[in-house]
Write a protein that binds this ligand. Structure first.
Ligand code: ZN
Length: 532
């Protein structure tokens, strides 16, 4: 606005009238831009959106037997058969992409576990924890997540949002609940809430937040349907179930316990649909059932810190003292590892990449600075000022686990072989579940166009009649909606490759990318070293 603060004329000469007119026009444009920037648009008041996230739900487990409620919902709506996580295929990254419609690099959350020296100079942090989010906002003038989430945009448009997550992810979905435009809104995240008193009110009615995974999910579901919806279904609700993710981590995809966890998620979905029916709200509510990412089974647990230190690197998972140039902070994210080289030492970074390129566990390597045989961080949409020097997704294959479920990966040191995890570029991690049903979706259809978690925010905002303040990376999945334009969008799929030859052999990595309009989706990527 500073450009418009100029001394105005004291007497109305014709030159002054022109200047006043110019000022008025500039002022009107400024007001219009301000309105756009705050997203102050009328919302579609009659419409509700409910997003139910089944953490870690693979699409191949959606069957009539495993998930009778979801199976039936899919028959009433649309099954998105080519849906994608953003990379890394991890919970916090995908939660943030889901609610912003913006790729991880641009929205700011590029990993579950990241090294942000301005927040903690000694350790990598869990990005969703309240002290981390608070510090992250303090050091960035409120831009820890750089763009507003759909909850915030609904609030600014005069609507109400309610978020209830059985895991801690909730704070990333709406950290403004309880204040300002969000004063009537709630974020419930595990045993914590915004406003803080809400979790106490729920505990008084339904008992304290339980310790067992399945009970946590049903407690959170009840909190939403019985307490937070007491005065009506708000414009947008997000229910985040911790299952089947937690049980799949402790066992593996397809284990009897994991199938029971999927059944439990299906029962919680049934409770949500029944609560909507009781309120006579099904006809005005679009329900999205989505997972944040897929899942794999660990073939080998790779102790990268030991392997790198044995090879002469100074690799740490915490800095006890001030780090020396070239010291590497490792942030393990299960199926991917982030490497932060102190001082961005180019020699150490190059040696690290060349070491990984000769390993038997590296899948795809991304680097901040262009290097032979790697892709740029930008190609994984994880480039930003805080990004690590090197990111590596572990190698994967489509062989089967002990329960006959395909998708094996190498993973970091945090879990043993035979257990489940994710966050690689495996197609089993990157392809996840999306089913949508309600008044804005076609009935009994299948969408084979590429879609992704990044598409949920633009689609939900369109349904609610809210114009986002900036262009979103995701797209509106209009091909599956009732008010769709008949023109089919342009789809392009290509595989890019990077190689590096050395005296000992050849490294080769590839990345399959789909594109619809200007939105890109990472399908899968892998790599291999061939000795001479
Ligand atoms: Zn997850």
């Amino acid at each position: 606005m500073a450009t418009f603060v100029q001394p105005l004329c004291t007497s109305l000469t014709s030159r002054c009238i022109v200047r006043l007119l110019q000022f008025s026009i500039a002022f009107a444009i400024a007001c219009w831009l301000c309105a756009l920037a705050t997203g102050a648009q009328p919302s579609n008041q009659s419409r509700h959106v409910v997003v139910v996230v089944w953490d870690g739900m693979r699409p191949d487990f959606v069957t009539e037997q495993n998930t009778p409620t979801l199976w039936k919902l899919a028959r009433e709506g649309v099954t998105f058969r080519n849906h994608h996580s953003v990379y890394p295929s991890a919970t916090m990254v995908n939660g943030t992409a889901l609610v912003t419609g913006i790729y991880p690099g641009k929205n700011g959350i590029i990993a579950n576990h990241a090294y942000r020296p301005a927040i903690d100079p000694r350790h990598a942090v869990d990005v969703e924890l309240p002290p981390v989010v608070k510090k992250g906002d303090e050091v960035s003038e409120g831009k820890y997540i750089s763009v507003p989430t759909i909850a915030e945009l609904v609030q600014r448009a005069g609507g109400r949002s309610v978020i209830a997550t059985a895991k801690t992810v909730g704070l990333l979905l709406d950290r403004q609940a309880g204040v300002g435009a969000g004063k009537d809104c709630v974020t419930l995240f595990a045993d914590n809430s915004l406003p803080a008193r809400i979790v106490g009110l729920i505990s008084e009615k339904n008992g304290a937040f339980p310790s067992a995974h399945l009970q946590r999910d049903s407690w959170t579901t009840k909190a939403l349907t019985e307490v937070l919806w007491k005065d009506g279904v708000p414009a947008v609700s997000i229910l985040w179930l911790g299952e089947p993710d937690l049980t799949q981590h402790e066992s593996a995809p397809g284990a009897p316990g994991a199938l029971a966890a999927i059944k439990s998620a299906d029962e919680n979905l049934a409770a949500v649909l029944s609560a909507l029916n009781q309120r006579d709200a099904r006809g005005t509510t679009d329900v999205f059932v989505v997972s944040d990412h897929g899942f794999s089974t660990i073939a080998r647990s790779i102790d990268l810190r030991k392997i790198l230190n044995d090879a002469g690197f100074a690799a740490k998972t915490e800095f006890e003292n001030e780090p020396k140039p070239g010291d590497i902070m490792l942030a393990g994210n299960g199926g991917s590892v982030l490497f932060y080289v102190t001082g961005h030492d180019a020699t150490v970074t190059r040696r690290l990449v060349e070491f990984l390129q000769q390993s038997d566990f590296a899948g795809v390597i991304f680097t901040k600075e262009s290097m032979e045989g790697t892709f740029d961080l930008m190609q994984a949409t994880i480039q930003n000022d805080h990004a690590p020097d090197v990111v590596m997704a572990f190698r994967w294959n489509d062989s089967k686990n002990q329960f006959g479920i395909p998708g094996m990966i190498d993973a970091d040191w945090q879990r043993a072989a035979g257990k489940g995890t994710h966050a690689t570029l495996s197609r089993f991690d990157m392809h996840n579940t999306l089913i949508a049903a309600g008044p804005d979706f076609r009935q009994g259809e299948v969408d084979d166009l590429p879609t992704g978690n990044v598409d949920l925010a633009p689609t939900i905002l369109r349904i609610l009649g809210i114009t986002p303040p900036q262009r979103l990376d995701g797209r509106i999945v209009s091909e599956s909606m009732t008010n769709a334009s008949p023109a089919k969008p342009n789809v392009e799929t290509k595989t890019i490759e990077a190689t590096r030859d050395s005296p000992v052999g050849r490294w080769r990595q590839s990345l399959k990318v789909s594109r619809v309009g200007s939105t890109t989706y990472l399908d899968e990527g892998n790599g291999e070293f061939q000795k001479r």
